[in-house]
Design a protein around this ligand. Structure first.
Ligand code: TNX
Length: 509
């Protein structure tokens, strides 16, 4: 055992070093924090820095361990986590219960001086968000890395929007549990709090439903291009939910209905409503399939699927799709969505659907996800629903950056990094203001996306800008300033081995 004297000596020698001046206001955090006050000095990390948490808070201790892990991967330094009855005045301290209303459940306050890094929040979730700022401080600023400095000063930070998400389409191409975990890890760094999984579509059904087993054995057996597809067992899905919740990310599962259901109706032809014989489909057309909206067996099916899914989903939302049901008659579509809504409610979840659902009986307990039509989003707002913003011209991560992009589609727009960043949520659609908006979500449809490298190429760096749009106050959103901060994230992303698109709009460090 190292002698106490030796430890005291080590700590003394550390605290005797002259603090190195830094400027917190030059730190390149993304999302930009709400308030920041620099005091020109610094805290220097070394291998004897301890992370302290108050005794008996298991969740907080886990967050401290996440911080230690991230610090080690960024700096190589192994920090020790200690539970203590009272907080020290030296080292890094993580606490909850600051009772500062302004911070809400995700906000945090970070106060740094030469001896102490104090991170505090109302909830552990807020501490987790603040930890991401600390990790960025160490990982992003090349100039500070030599000495592992955390610049001194204060940050008070909290999100503008409650829902900041990404969507991954695992139906067109299937992705493994490990791939999904990597997406979760990367999203968490930028303070996202939702991952929406598009679990079903014409080309594949990806979630085990025990009462309808052929959905996956037959419906999960292929994908776009004819690959072998795959699916998550309920145990796999629970593991994704658990992993995400430890990173304070909510999983939103989507069962797309009544259109986009070819894989389901191949498995169970009695559910088919388009009057033709369905076969496994590996192309990329949309809008040709529908459930039989006038048959009672369809609602038994929907009830079973939502019941099983709700039971393994800890978050409040179930997404029922509702997009592009081009072969469902309007009155059948409305009837179907109304019944699906009742079923989602029966299992105590909040319904989300693509903007077309605004034509059904939505109200202030439902969420309309805007992707295509202003009129649909406005109709939803008129009926009292909140809007989740996924405008395809700005947030669709499957769109090409420019005409030379080797993967991606271009039907909505070509979306360079500036195009993806330079707009605001509350000014996009006339008549839809901040009070109507739940948040932002960036969908990655995967018709052209086959590997983790492909995912990373289309997602980064555009998702990083969307994360800022959802978190930071509007007066902090500025392309010229953002692109300089983003440039500093290039090395950080390299170190995380992210295959990001090196846009020529950014002068990467
Ligand atoms: C439209 S966006 C779709 C998806 C496609 C996507 C491709 C939406 C609700 N529906 O089915 O994958 O375009 O960009």
């Amino acid at each position: 055992m190292a002698s106490i004297a030796a430890i005291v000596l080590m700590q003394l020698s550390v605290s005797c070093q002259k603090p190195i001046p830094t400027d917190l206001s030059k730190i390149n955090l993304i999302p930009a924090p709400v308030h920041l006050n620099a005091t020109g000095s610094s805290f220097q990390l070394n291998e004897s820095t301890n992370i302290y948490v108050t005794e008996g808070n298991e969740a907080l201790r886990r967050v401290a361990q996440v911080l230690a892990g991230e610090v080690e991967s960024v700096t190589g330094l192994k920090l020790h986590v200690s539970e203590v009855p009272e907080l020290p005045v030296k080292g890094i301290s993580l606490t909850v219960g600051s009772a500062n209303k302004e911070l809400g459940s995700e906000g945090y306050k970070l106060s740094v001086n030469e001896r102490l890094v104090a991170l505090t929040a109302n909830e552990v979730e807020g501490v987790f968000r603040g930890v991401q700022s600390l990790v960025q401080m160490l990982g992003v600023n090349g100039k500070m890395q030599e000495h592992w400095l955390i610049p001194s000063g204060d940050i008070t930070d909290y999100p503008q929007y409650a829902y900041r998400g990404m969507m991954l389409d695992v139906a067109r191409h299937f992705f493994s549990v490990d791939d999904v975990k990597r997406v979760i890890d990367l999203a968490a760094i930028y303070k996202l709090n939702v991952l929406h999984l598009h679990l079903t579509d014409d080309q594949g059904w990806r979630i085990e439903i025990k009462s309808w087993p052929k959905l996956t054995t037959i419906g999960g057996s292929t994908e776009v291009g004819g690959g072998e597809g795959g699916f998550y067992t309920q145990e796999d899905y629970k593991e994704i939910v658990r992993y995400a919740s430890q990173r304070y990310i909510t999983i939103v599962p989507e069962i797309d209905m009544p259109g986009h259901t070819n894989a389901a109706v191949v498995a169970y032809p009695e559910l088919n409503g388009n009057g033709m014989k369905a076969e496994l489909y590996t192309g990329t057309e949309v809008g040709f399939s529908t459930l039989a909206t006038q048959k009672e067996v369809t609602y038994q099916f929907v009830d079973d699927v939502i019941r099983e899914l709700a039971a393994i989903t800890d978050g409040p939302y179930i997404h029922i799709g509702g997009d592009e049901s081009h072969v469902t008659k309007e009155k059948d579509y409305v009837y179907f969505i109304n019944r699906a809504k009742d079923i989602v409610k029966k299992y105590n979840k909040t319904m989300i659907g693509w903007d077309e659902i605004a034509h059904a009986n939505v109200d202030d307990t439902d969420i309309v996800q805007y992707w295509a039509k202003d009129a649909n989003a406005k109709l939803g707002v008129k009926k009292g629903a909140k809007v989740l913003m996924s405008p395809s011209k700005r947030t669709y991560l499957d769109m090409k950056y420019d005409s030379t992009s080797h993967i991606g589609l271009d039907w909505a727009a070509l979306i360079e990094v500036e195009q993806s960043y330079n707009w605001t949520l509350e000014t996009l659609v006339d008549g839809i203001g901040k009070e109507n908006i739940l948040g932002i979500e960036s969908p990655l449809w995967t018709e052209t996306v086959e590997t983790m490298d492909d995912i990373e190429y289309l997602v980064f760096p555009r998702l990083i800008g969307h994360a800022e749009i959802g978190w930071s106050p509007v007066n902090h959103l500025n392309w010229e300033n953002y692109k300089q901060r983003l440039a500093e994230h290039g090395n950080f992303l390299h170190n995380l081995e992210v295959n990001f698109y090196q846009s020529s709009q950014v002068t990467w460090e």
